[in-house]
Design a protein around this ligand. Sequence first.
Ligand code: HEC
Length: 152
Amino acid sequence: MKLLFFILFPILVIGTVLFLSFDHREQVKIDQHGLTDRQNKQIDALGELVPDKETILRFAKNKDLMDAAKGLFISQCASCHAPNGIGGTGPNLTDDKYLLVKEVTDIYDVINNGSIAKGMPPWNGLLSKTKLILLSSYVVTLQEVSIEETTH
Ligand code: HEC
């Protein structure tokens, strides 16, 4: 009986120390586009979208998808527009003035085609159309004044 105690007790102590020393938090992997697996699945489930005004404005109201788009923006766009969009090499996207954008759909066109001479790269072919639409919606959410109000 005593022997059993002397064997079991150290095993229990060592076992507890080992258990506690492991990190049990789930590691969330983020891919090169700033997205988690769950976000990629969510975006894949949207299928092929059309970059019209209605779609861009609808996704701008979807908090989950805008969290994903923020990851995309930070990984792809922040180097020039800053993580919060206030600008750097590229213009400020948070104020109520746009250089190139007049309509909501122009946001998509600028991201898709770029403005190569001025240093804005085209994303056509680099990111899926659906991701470019989500980025357009995210740009809408960055604005101080809603583009819906400014283009009416
Ligand atoms: C290498 C730097 C660079 C990167 C990276 C970049 N941009 Fe730009 N962006 C620019 C520049 C420079 C302009 C201004 C172009 C002009 O004046 O013609 C611009 C313009 C824009 C505009 C138009 C703004 C306006 O005032 O009309 C939007 C929208 C935009 N970028 C979104 C994005 C998004 C979204 C991404 C990421 C997918 C991105 N940009 C990545 C440099 C960049």
